[in-house]
Design a protein around this ligand. Structure first.
Ligand code: NAP
Length: 282
């Protein structure tokens, strides 16, 4: 069988997904290809999606700005993606298009792969900074995994409150302003930075001031992967925190998508390091 995968979004030319999925194909011994389908805003989205259907792709990824726009074109949406309100992976199951969201689950996998003890301690005190699409997926995955204390800090409180509504009875969530959160940083075991502050070309920026202390042994995680060593992570490391890098989330969300498309487990040993070298060379 020749698998056909694709990525829709705008822009997508610099996406690393083709490299990742071609590696997965090679590592699983499957044949196939992964194509970039850039859909510019002036193009007809419906027409391009019809073209994709006619080409009988086995599955595709969806990135900005189409993670919500794709939903009316799907035959089914998984419960998780419905709750998150965004789809980043579509599986073609016997002609039926089913939408999933692999971002949050991929994030949790990447974190637990590096720090396995995390999955054993559902009472960890976790803070998510930011309340965009990525934060929503991560919050949903952490709640689903049974973590019981997950606070959300954001510039716009109403966006954080909208995410906190996804919580189940067993999870306690406080919504905080960024200012209040900064006072409470030493209380957290895991801090997940999901805002776009600190992304290239503004890598010198950080949502964290220089003088914030972290709880000893806590983990600072940044989902930004350009650069990999963000100013936030550098500051956290200086304060003694352990770190978790954003490029690993990119890898594991893709691994989960590949599993959904092919029903195959992918060995990914060594890929995070390779991906890091590619990103650092950009
Ligand atoms: P998004 O939906 O646009 O959300 C952006 C978030 O950043 C919002 O919470 C926004 O706050 C906050 N923000 C932006 N500028 C700010 C500022 N000047 N001050 C304070 N807060 C600010 O973006 P997203 O899709 O969630 O993505 C966020 C980041 O994650 C991006 O850098 C993206 O590249 C990265 N990402 C990485 C992966 C991965 O696989 N590693 C996956 C997805 C995304 P308000 O709510 O107040 O507007």
């Amino acid at each position: 069988m020749d698998f056909k995968f694709a990525l829709i979004g705008y822009p997508v030319q610099h996406s690393l997904s083709p490299w990742i999925h071609e590696q997965f194909l090679e590592r699983t011994g499957l044949n196939g290809s992964y194509m970039l389908e850039e859909i510019a805003p002036e193009q007809s989205f419906a027409q391009r999606i019809t073209d994709l259907r006619n080409r009988s792709v086995n599955g595709f990824n969806v990135t900005v700005p189409y993670k919500q726009k794709i939903i009316p074109f799907l035959d089914e949406v998984s419960d998780g993606a419905k709750q998150i309100g965004a789809v980043n992976t579509v599986v073609n199951r016997d002609g039926k298009w089913i939408g999933y969201n692999t971002d949050g689950k991929g994030y949790v996998r990447s974190l637990c792969e590096q720090y396995p003890e995390i999955s054993q301690n559902k009472a960890l005190k976790i803070a998510i900074i930011g309340s965009g699409g990525a934060a929503r997926g991560i919050y949903h995955a952490l709640v689903t995994e049974g973590f019981r204390f997950i606070d959300i800090a954001n510039r716009t409180i109403s966006n954080a409150e909208a995410i906190a509504k996804l919580q189940q009875d067993q999870t306690n969530t406080m919504v905080l302003s960024l200012e209040t959160f900064m006072q409470a940083v030493p209380e957290y075991d895991l801090i997940i930075q999901t805002t776009s502050i600190g992304m290239k070309p503004n890598q010198e920026q950080s949502i964290f001031p220089t003088d914030v202390s972290f709880k000893p042994g806590s983990i600072a995680s940044d989902i930004i992967y350009q650069p990999i060593e963000t100013t936030f992570l550098k500051r956290a490391q200086k304060q003694g925190a352990l770190v978790h890098y954003g490029h690993t989330m990119l890898l594991y969300q893709a691994q989960y998508a590949f599993e959904l498309w092919t029903n195959r487990q992918v060995p990914i040993e060594g890929m995070a390091e390779q991906l890091r070298r590619i990103l650092e060379g950009r």
